[in-house]
Design a binder for this molecule. Structure first.
Ligand code: ZN
Length: 434
């Protein structure tokens, strides 16, 4: 399988953050990384390779140089995407004829693309066991539901603009009205338990769309969840293929809940990264002074996708500080520091890319548009390291099917690998030797 097919397969098998982390974990285990548990004592050896998960939806992997102690070289991305999540009382009947699922929105998505296409359900089922409860991944993995549009004959003005209501318009149809209790039995079957043993669940709708290549010359990829599984996948590919650099503890972080503000125990606005860094240093026998020194000399790439110029609406982006698909890694700037990039961190990363002949481009929002934030500055409030915000140019961000550039997947993988492989020594403030 080539790089692109592996990428599509990863995204298709990762309908939720839980699945994305399970797949990342499997790839790390195949590459001989050892799992550490947060609740257990950590034995970390010089030259060792490890990973740890939190909530089964965030993961941090790291490899330690042979002489043990070094600053951290971190690439970070997120595992979640906007979707619809089931409410705790999940079924609702209409006119005795229809059984619908009661959902609410997770994150800020475009509503329209979710209509009139096959949808399914996946997530985490929490099952009663003899001794307590146990979370299990499940994916119903078949065309199951639809959110039907109202016909044009019943809504003649829809093409002049329509305000969707998340409570009334976005409810998926599961089946006929006499099927009450069906959701529970479908999930139980997928999770391998009895319906009455299902005590909890975190269930998301997902579109049944496979990744594909489009464009006259095969220039573009179309797939659900490109934001941000594209960066997570490139990060892992770079992390696993990088030659060990004795100059840094290489680290890959994939956080959950970026789409809802990162404020959970497994989000970037948690102690996860800080805890893992401290525990690595402690396990290596390092003290507080070493930890301060390592943090000060560390560097993070915060990777999350960026808005390409829209072919029908080029006016939506700044005329100069705009980016295009297939033209390289995007370095993102914002004067109000919603992106962490500054002159030094941008130049640092640009220098590495230039050395390896990898293209990059620079993005800033229109001055009259707010734009989005991401995980870099949120993580920085817990672990203050030099950080640059980067990403890949894409169209239709937060649609349930997005479009990006084929070449950019290789650029991001190569760029992150170059970052891991480049020996870096900080000088005074604003100075790096590489
Ligand atoms: Zn994102």
């Amino acid at each position: 399988m080539d790089h692109l097919e592996r990428f599509f397969s990863f995204v298709e098998q990762s309908p939720t953050a839980f699945h994305a982390v399970a797949n990342l974990k499997e790839m790390l285990q195949k590459a001989s990384f050892r799992e550490l548990k947060e609740k257990d004592p950590w034995l970390v050896d010089a030259g060792g390779k490890y990973f740890v998960t939190r909530n089964d939806s965030a993961i941090i992997a790291f490899s330690v140089p042979r002489d043990g102690f070094a600053p951290f070289k971190i690439a970070a991305a997120h595992s979640d995407s906007p979707a619809f999540k089931l409410k705790p009382l999940f079924e609702d009947r209409v006119e005795q004829a229809y059984l619908r699922l009661n959902v609410e929105k997770y994150g800020g998505m475009l509503f329209a693309p979710w209509f009139d296409r096959p949808l399914s359900l996946a997530g985490r089922a929490v099952v009663e066991t003899d001794k307590g409860v146990e979370a299990r991944l499940f994916n119903i993995d078949r065309d199951l539901l639809v959110i039907p549009n109202v016909a044009i004959h019943m809504n003649r003005d829809i093409n002049d603009g329509f305000k969707y209501n998340a409570q009334t318009d976005m409810t998926p149809l599961l089946g006929e009205g006499d099927l009450k209790g069906k959701f529970r039995s479908l999930v139980a079957e997928a999770a391998g338990c009895k319906a009455e043993e299902l005590l909890g669940n975190d269930t998301f709708l997902y579109p049944r769309i496979k990744g594909t290549v489009i464009g006259a010359e095969g220039e573009y990829v179309m797939s659900p969840r490109l934001d941000d599984l594209e960066c997570a996948y490139c990060g892992l590919a770079a992390f696993l293929s990088a030659s060990p650099c004795e100059n840094g503890i290489d680290m890959l972080c994939v956080f959950d809940n970026e789409e809802v503000g990162s404020g959970t125990k497994q989000g970037a606005d948690s102690t996860l990264l800080y805890d893992v860094m401290q525990r690595i240093l402690t396990a290596l026998g390092k003290g507080a002074e070493d930890a301060f020194r390592a943090t000060a000399a560390s560097f993070m790439l915060s990777a999350d996708n960026a808005h390409a110029v829209h072919p029908n609406h080029p006016e939506k982006t700044d005329a100069e500080n705009c980016v295009f698909m297939n033209e390289g890694i995007v370095i993102k700037f914002n004067a109000n520091q919603r992106y962490t990039t500054d002159g030094v961190s941008a130049a640092f990363f640009h220098r590495i890319l230039k050395e390896h002949g990898i293209p990059c481009q620079h993005f800033a929002n229109r001055s009259d548009a707010a734009g989005g934030g991401t995980l870099g500055n949120i993580s920085g409030s817990h672990v203050s390291v030099n950080t640059v915000d980067i990403g890949l140019a894409q169209l239709a961000m937060h649609s349930c099917c997005e479009t990006a550039g084929v070449k950019d997947i290789a650029y991001m993988t190569d760029g992150m690998r170059a970052f891991y492989e480049t020996p870096v020594t900080p000088g005074r403030d604003g100075e790096f030797f590489m």
